[in-house]
Ligand binder design. Sequence first.
Ligand SMILES: [Zn+2]
Length: 217
Amino acid sequence: MRRGKYLLFLYNDKNILLFHLGMTGFFRIEKKYQFRKHDHLIFNFINKKLIFNDIRKFGFVKILNEREISECSHLKNLGPEPLSSKFCYNYFKKNLNRKTNIKNLLMNQSFVAGLGNIYCSEILFRSKVKPTRQLRLIKENEISKILDSVKKILFDSIKLGGTTIKNFVVSDEKIGYFKNKLMVYGRKGMNCFKCKNKIDKITQSGRSTFFCSRCQK
Ligand SMILES: [Zn+2]
């Protein structure tokens, strides 16, 4: 199962393997194991091998029992899943009293679990909300627009990721959804697809944000 950016493998003997794929971690499935650089773990199944590979080693794996997992700091403070019913209008509204901007809120894993940096730029472009906007200035109809965009972009991403990546569970967001579908991310200085204005790039909490200053207010 998955929770936020974590993968959990549940075993019958009540042990749980907790994976974080980091920036570059991924799994591949092979009938016969073929060595690749940066392979760290191999799971043997009857007809197949499941291999964990991570070039930059920002990922990790931990073995925990049921009690440890419920107290584990990685999972304990995670907010609701973005596609769950808990992530709704009332929940969103209640959290608008924080003193930050909308991009940082969406990136905050205790607010909503697992929304990546690329997704957040795309969600806010689709919602027509500038990433730097303070939360107290978010209007009620914009909450609905943002919620709608989160769902639309995640569903599109799941659909496209599923058709382009065979046998792979990839954590690198760039490979799955995007390339052709990105409206703003990675498009600094290029023309906005909607209004032809040049796309801006800024840094927020150390992460790149892309937006159109004409489409997003
Ligand atoms: Zn625009």
